[in-house]
Design a protein. Sequence first.
Length: 370
Amino acid sequence: MDQKSGQSNIPEGRLLSLDFFRGVTMFLLVGEATELYVLLGSQALQGTVLGAIGMQLDHHPWNGLRFWDLIQPFFMFIVGVAMPFSIGRRWEHGDTWAQTFRHALRRSGLLLLFGWGLYCIGPGRLTFELWNVLAQLSFTYLVAFLMMRKPARTQISFTFALLVISELLYRLWPVAGFNQAFTPDQNFGSWVDLHIMGKLSEGHWVAFNAIPTTAHTMWGVLAGQILKSSRLPVSKMRTLVIPGLIGVIAGYALDPVTPIIKRICTSSFVIVSGGWCLLALALCYWLIDVKKLQKGVLFFNIVGMNSIFIYMFTNTGGAEWLHKIAKPFTMGVFAWAGDLQAKIVTSLVVWGMLWYLCYWLFKRKIFIRI
């Protein structure tokens, strides 16, 4: 791939570090659809470096934090970072608040529709489940839009108010059987799910997570406003790194009081993961937009620029379809290496095919958005 010719396909006015951050996050999500992470977590690889990587590419079963637990916060945070650029551009071009509100409402509705629809495709029948990241993002995106013109202090206070309210509801909910704040399926979030969906998640996820994780999207908006401002790069870095470090330290320090649990998005989890979001963004910004270390970033940016498309494609059977195409060849050619090794190669080939699909769209300047 020619880096220089590829750069000409990038729409003007984009923040390369944000595209890179989004691209890496989506590239990792695409990797999950290839079944590679399941293979790395297999019994045969336990105690090896690959096994350790595989463990980090899976959610923690309950109280704790692994790398994979940060992917959804990254995704929701990145959406927030992009909002001052995308919506701000509309305002700069003369769109009224009412026009952008209608756009935000439409996008929120589509996210909810897609998030709900993904749960219907699997069983092949209509069902009502709201645990999907897109369904939750539909709520956090709309709230972030409604708050983004408020002063920074107001926005920050609002996010912490949501965390306090969530904490109190979990700790003080009096209904028998659902008054164990940090016990799987016996907490306030599970009670809500039973009343709005009539069922519980097999993985102990709760739809109420949309409330506390609104903080991730709103903190992303604030970070985006900082990067869009006329501040010097050093000032921007300082404003991202200091709160990021505070969030990471405070989140881990809170764990003995409020356990870090991603599956119900406890306040300690939201704070620590929010800190990691800020630090990751700061690192990307410093390396790519300040130090101009841009060699190879296009590889990931290609995926980031069609993030919704590739997410929907992999979650509607696209990865399984490519897997069926690759498997006869890879399993035949690499059979000599062993079954597990051949399966790993197959997953890597499928991962490459999914990336190439994004590259094909990129070369034709096709960017699918909602």
